[in-house]
Ligand binder design. Structure first.
Ligand code: GRF
Length: 247
């Protein structure tokens, strides 16, 4: 798949822009492991819409000394997303790209794409980002965009997966961490974890238990993808060893 022509290259790509196409990056003060400082650390950009507990799991994992990764930018589609606050507390740059500031979905996608590309991510992680990303965005980061979804895909795609699983009366649901392709909740699966539905569960209670699994699997998936340890053939994603990566 081709890379988008708008990805910065050369000198321009070695630093984040002062102004971005939409909204501006809010610089984190006293950045620790983010930004340009640390060589060989894999760069992760995280997109959020809300609470940001999955972002927190990523921030915590990245803060481990041997993680080999840094969250370099957190982008939200609304200024009130609590994930932004989590990022600021972790001294990570933040930005907001609001659909309402764009005439149509394509221009929103392009602004988001350019903002994310300027951060030169090894992995782009959708962690509760409640927008469908268009082809311009997905094609700019081939094989490098991950999503977590609170069901065992392909069951219960879409924004109300937990509610719909409960309404359907399933006994087991769970989460899926998968690569993002141009269809919604569809790309090759990296990890899934089953979560039994318990008597008396409501949407919030069941979702909390599902999130515990997401918090475990998402950081692992991000790290493995960043290390090049994911091989994809058709719909099948397979993990390879570190030795196989260098071959
Ligand atoms: C997660 O369950 C994710 O799968 C879904 O939205 C939820 C986000 O939770 N898309 P949080 O914002 O990370 O707490």
């Amino acid at each position: 798949m081709r890379r988008s022509g708008s990805i910065l290259s050369g000198a321009a790509a070695r630093r984040l822009p002062e102004r971005v196409p939409d909204g501006s990056i809010r610089r984190a003060e006293n950045q620790s492991r983010t930004g340009e400082a640390v060589a060989d650390v894999k760069r992760v950009v995280v997109l959020v819409s809300g609470h940001g507990s999955n972002l927190q799991a990523l921030l915590d994992a990245a803060a481990e000394p041997a993680s080999g990764m840094a969250v370099v930018l957190v982008v939200a589609d609304r200024p009130g997303a609590h994930g932004l606050e989590r990022a600021r507390r972790a001294r990570v740059d933040t930005a907001v790209v609001r659909p309402a500031d764009h005439p149509d979905r394509r221009s929103f996608d392009l602004a988001l794409r350019d903002l994310v590309a300027a951060a030169r991510p090894d992995v782009v992680c959708l962690a509760g980002f409640m927008r469908i990303l268009g082809p311009e965005f997905v094609r700019a980061f081939p094989g490098r965009v991950l999503n977590t979804h609170p069901s065992l895909l392909p069951a219960f795609r879409g924004a109300h997966a937990v509610r719909e699983a409960l309404a359907y009366g399933v006994k087991v649901t769970g989460c899926t961490v998968h690569l993002v392709d141009e269809e919604v909740d569809h790309g090759p699966v990296l990890f899934q974890s089953a979560v039994p539905v318990e008597p008396g569960d409501d949407e919030d209670r069941l979702h909390e238990r599902i999130k515990q699994e997401e918090h475990r699997l998402l950081p692992l998936a991000v790290r493995l993808l960043a290390e090049g340890r994911v091989r994809v053939e058709g719909r099948r994603a397979q993990l390879v060893t570190a030795e196989e990566v260098s071959r």
